[in-house]
Design a protein around this ligand. Sequence first.
Ligand SMILES: Nc1ncnc2c1ncn2[C@@H]1O[C@H](COP(=O)(O)OP(=O)(O)OP(=O)(O)O)[C@@H](O)[C@H]1O
Ligand SMILES: [Mg+2]
Length: 304
Amino acid sequence: MKEIIRLKNVVKKYNEVEVVHLSKLHLYQGEIYGLLGLNGAGKTTTMKMILSLIQPTAGKIFVLGRELSDQSKEYLNKIGSVIEEPSYYPNLTAYENLAIFQKILNFDKKNIIETLNLVGLNTASNQKKLVKNYSLGMKQRLALAFALVKKPEILILDEPTNGLDPQGIQEIRELIVQLAKKEGLTVLVSSHILSEIEQMADRVGIIHHGKMLYEGKIEDIQTNRWIEIRGDFSNRESLAELVTRENIEIYKHTSTTLQIENIENDRITSLLKLLVHNNILFYEVVRKRESLENIFLSLTRGDI
Ligand SMILES: Nc1ncnc2c1ncn2[C@@H]1O[C@H](COP(=O)(O)OP(=O)(O)OP(=O)(O)O)[C@@H](O)[C@H]1O
Ligand SMILES: [Mg+2]
């Protein structure tokens, strides 16, 4: 897999205070990488360093195989980004705004309509609308259009769904997936909303107080898995006897729920047979795993 961005021991200090100290970060071609972290974790600072908007205090950043300090700013032509709200002319339409941008950067003029189609701003009702009359969701789409119109290879998006309603969040998420999977872009996207990243990212980097706690696939994070059985477990004695006999680890036990840790599928079958045999009734059996929120809390507390 081709490496698109790599960070190695990157430190950023403000007034002698370290706000970022990332031992690593690897972004591969064609993937959506979710940079996850709470407020103040260092997501925006990290993205700004990759974009040379600020300089690292120490460490190395490689983009497309070359170290940033070695190369001119030309690599930025290959990156589209939404870090802060772009400055646009409120009294012009999206097309007119992008046309001004096109004159400055001199990319192919046909990109404008293609991009507006892609982000859904070229509909009949939107074509004539001035940007000052845009909703928040439309402004986010316009920001994406600014990032995409020069046809970059890499997209860096800092919390692109911030402030959007659930429908807007879903639309932007689908657009990001489409850009990566159909248009072949490599995407670095930050968020503090874990469930949102889970639904689109191929891999994640979880950062906390500027440090990388975990990098990889969400499903590879080692966490608790258990079986939850729902039924009538009010007869504790017969259940206790069964559990001792079968050497089963009970994680949680109420009169209606039984949670059993680390159990293989074949043992579940024999356990259920035993329950039936002993007249302990149940109506639901589900394999569960820790929610992403809990994984994140455990990671940031240092439990995992
Ligand atoms: N120019 C600056 N001067 C001093 N401290 C700064 C500066 N920029 C950022 N910081 C500090 O660096 C830390 C990381 O900030 P950053 O904006 O990267 O976090 P973030 O993960 O993007 O948070 P959020 O989710 O709130 O956007 C914070 O403690 C912030 O106060
Ligand atoms: Mg931020």
